[in-house]
Ligand binder design. Structure first.
Ligand SMILES: C[S@@+](CC[C@H](N)C(=O)[O-])C[C@H]1O[C@@H](n2cnc3c(N)ncnc32)[C@H](O)[C@@H]1O
Length: 238
C-alpha cells in the first residue's frame, strides 16, 4: 500500500494577527464571510501576509488542491491501495478518505477546506470524508508502518539521493502488502524541519531542479502503480 503524506501544507485560516487588515476585510465582505473564516491565500492576501512570520511558506492552498487532484481517483486509489494525509504547518493532520470526490473547481475546494478547518470534519455530521486529527506525524508514520519490518519511508526532497525513474522502480517494492510511506512538501518555499526530515529513512531527489509537489506526488504514485501492476490486478478482477 502507498501512503502519501503531504507535508507542511500551506493550508490555514486567516490568522488573528492580520484578520482586521483592510485587504482581508474587503475580501471577507466580497465572500460574505468573517475574515477569520477565510482560507489564507497569497493571491488575495499577499500584501497583508508580509506581516506574518514565515510568510513565504504559507497561504498556498492551491498546492494541496493540485496534489490531491493528481493522486485521488487514480486506479491505485480506486483499488484501495492508496492513503492520503495532509500534515498542516501547526502539526495537525487531516485524514482524507480515499473514496472522497473533491470539487474540481478551486473556489469550491477553498469553501470545503474552510468548513473543514472551522468544524474539524467534513461533512459536519455523519461519516466523515475529511477530518482533522490531533496526533503527531511520528505517531502517524508508525501507524502506517502497521508493525511491518519491511515498511519503507521515503522523503522527496531537493538535495536527497539523485534518483532516476529506473532506480525509483528498483527501490519501490512489487508486493502491495509492503507499506510504502512517502512524504512530499506542500508549501511554496523554505525547507522542512530537521525533525520531519529525520522521520524518513530514504531521501530522494527526482530532478536536478525544484519540482512541483503535484508532479512529485504523481511520479511516485504512477511508478508505484506500475511496480505492483495495479492495472493488471484490476483487469484480472473483471
Ligand atoms: C515546491 S517544493 C517546496 C520547496 C522547498 N524548497 C523544498 O525543497 O522543500 C515542493 C516539494 O516537492 C518536492 N520536491 C521539489 N523538488 C524536488 C526534487 N527535485 N526532487 C524530489 N522532490 C522534490 C519536495 O518534497 C518539496 O518539499
Amino acid at each position: 500500500m502507498l501512503h502519501i503524506i503531504l507535508l507542511d501544507c500551506a493550508l490555514e485560516l486567516v490568522p488573528r494577527e492580520i484578520s482586521s487588515l483592510k485587504q482581508i476585510q474587503k475580501h471577507a465582505t466580497r465572500r460574505g464571510k468573517k475574515s477569520s473564516e477565510l482560507l489564507l491565500d497569497q493571491t488575495h492576501h499577499g500584501q497583508s501576509m508580509t506581516k506574518l512570520s514565515q510568510s513565504e511558506r504559507r497561504g498556498r492552498p492551491d498546492i494541496t488542491f493540485l496534489s490531491l487532484m493528481s493522486i485521488l481517483e487514480t486506479p491505485l486509489c480506486k483499488e484501495g491501495l492508496l492513503s492520503v494525509h495532509l500534515h498542516l504547518q501547526d502539526g495537525r493532520i487531516i485524514e482524507v478518505r480515499p473514496d472522497v470526490r473533491l470539487p474540481r473547481n478551486y473556489d469550491r475546494f477553498v469553501g470545503l477546506m474552510e468548513q473543514l478547518l472551522l468544524k474539524g470534519r467534513v461533512p459536519p455530521q455523519g461519516d466523515s470524508l475529511l477530518h482533522i486529527n490531533e496526533g503527531s506525524i511520528e505517531d502517524l508514520i508508525s501507524k502506517l508502518k502497521a508493525g511491518s519490518d519491511n515498511a519503507k519511508t521515503l522523503l522527496a526532497v531537493e538535495g536527497g539521493k539523485q534518483t532516476s525513474i529506473e532506480s525509483l522502480r528498483n527501490l519501490l517494492p512489487q508486493d502491495p502488502s509492503v507499506p510504502v510511506i512517502v512524504g512530499v512538501g506542500a508549501f511554496p518555499h523554505g525547507n522542512l524541519s530537521d525533525e520531519t526530515v529525520s522521520m524518513f529513512g530514504t531521501h530522494l531527489e527526482l530532478d536536478s531542479e525544484v519540482m512541483m509537489a503535484w508532479h512529485v506526488s504523481a511520479e511516485l504514485l504512477w511508478i508505484y502503480s506500475l511496480n505492483i501492476g495495479v492495472v493488471k490486478i484490476r483487469y484480472s478482477a473483471t
